[in-house]
Design a protein around this ligand. Structure first.
Ligand SMILES: Cc1ncc(COP(=O)(O)O)c(C=O)c1O
Length: 334
């Protein structure tokens, strides 16, 4: 990655002159089955620009999962940038939204008392759990037949495709939506950068909004070059993510979860991708105690969520095992 950064072009992306960035945008558009793509600085910036670009004329409402990143962790951006009513929906199955959940919550009537749903924003993976492709397709088909657009927060879509293990490709999943944002940092391990994909018309308008919030930058090659390596090496060059390093992170996450459960710890949900959710209440572990023991063993833990990426080493896992030994009092005394 450092080698790629050192070799990259340093032309001006605000004028669309940077070959490294143009090539990455074309590459990601092709791999996701969309016409066009736009480099943005973060997942938040990608989501916010996408939502701003899709919503043209109030009244409008955006429907999303009640835990979605756009509502929980983007500083109220949807309201600030668009004034939209955001409608949080709780999935009945506890894991991902289904068409049934959406139909119960969307407003498609002309009744002037209500705020019409104009955009559905889905997220995959959400908390590390995969939304199946057939459910996503059902939602998009229904939305389109009711004049509603669908954006996907695909910051962690790479993980969902790797989890699918050959049943569908990145392109199969991504091309279902009107727009998607994908991230090169997080699981892919680049230092910075995300990308928004969609139709040429959509991306043309999105470029305007990116500029308005200072997201159009000059020597973007340093970001794009690292992102390209992250995609090719960590997700993989193949359509299914089978050749990249990411599947190793998923194996490692399952291994960490098994170290926890073998010692009597409980999980909040099964591990599908790279996230492990420890049920600290059921495991009778105090979160501050977990953090403190982690600190002593040299592992920085926040609370119940552990996220694995491909650079998490054997040594980290073995320190984590020691943390689990202490907090779960393992081996148990006779
Ligand atoms: C699903 C999802 N969407 C969006 C984001 C935001 O990305 P960023 O931190 O790059 O703004 C994150 C960050 O973790 C995320 O998990």
């Amino acid at each position: 990655m450092l080698e790629a950064i050192a070799q990259c072009t340093l032309d001006d992306d605000a004028f669309r002159e940077d070959a490294t960035t143009n090539s990455l945008q074309d590459y990601i558009a092709a791999r996701t089955g969309h016409e066009s793509a736009l480099l943005v600085m973060s997942g938040t910036m990608g989501n916010q620009i996408a939502i701003r670009t899709h919503l043209a004329q109030p009244p409008y409402a955006v429907l999303c999962d009640h835990r979605a990143h756009i509502i929980s962790s983007e500083a109220g951006g949807v309201s600030a940038w668009t004034g939209a009513t955001v409608v949080p929906v709780t999935p009945k199955n506890g894991d991902y939204l289904t068409l049934d959940d959406i139909e119960r919550s969307a407003v498609i009537s002309d009744n002037i008392h209500h705020c019409p749903t104009k955009l559905i924003s889905l997220e995959n993976t959400l908390h590390g759990i995969v939304m199946p492709l057939d459910e996503a397709q059902r939602i998009v088909d229904w939305a389109h037949s009711n004049g509603i657009l669908v954006h996907l927060d695909g910051a962690r879509l790479w993980e969902a495709v790797v989890y699918a293990s050959g049943r569908y490709s990145l392109r199969d999943y991504a091309s279902t939506f009107d727009s998607i944002s994908v991230c090169f940092s997080k699981g892919l391990g680049a230092p910075i950068g995300s990308m928004l994909v969609g139709s040429s018309e959509f991306i043309k308008r999105a470029r305007w909004f990116r500029q308005s919030i200072g997201g159009g930058i000059r020597q973007a090659g340093v970001i794009s070059s690292a992102a390209r390596v992250a995609v090719d090496e960590v997700f993989g060059r193949d359509p299914y993510g089978e050749e990249g390093k990411m599947s190793g992170s998923h194996r490692r996450a399952r291994h960490i979860a098994s170290l926890w459960t073998q010692r009597g710890g409980q999980l909040l949900k099964p591990v599908q991708t790279n996230m492990i959710w420890l049920d600290l209440d059921a495991s009778e572990v105090n979160p501050s105690y977990l953090r403190e023991v982690g600190r002593q063993k040299g592992v920085r833990l926040s609370a119940s969520r552990i996220v694995v990426h491909y650079q998490v080493s054997d040594e980290t896992v073995s320190r984590l095992r020691e943390v689990f030994d202490v907090v779960l009092q393992w081996p148990q005394q006779p």
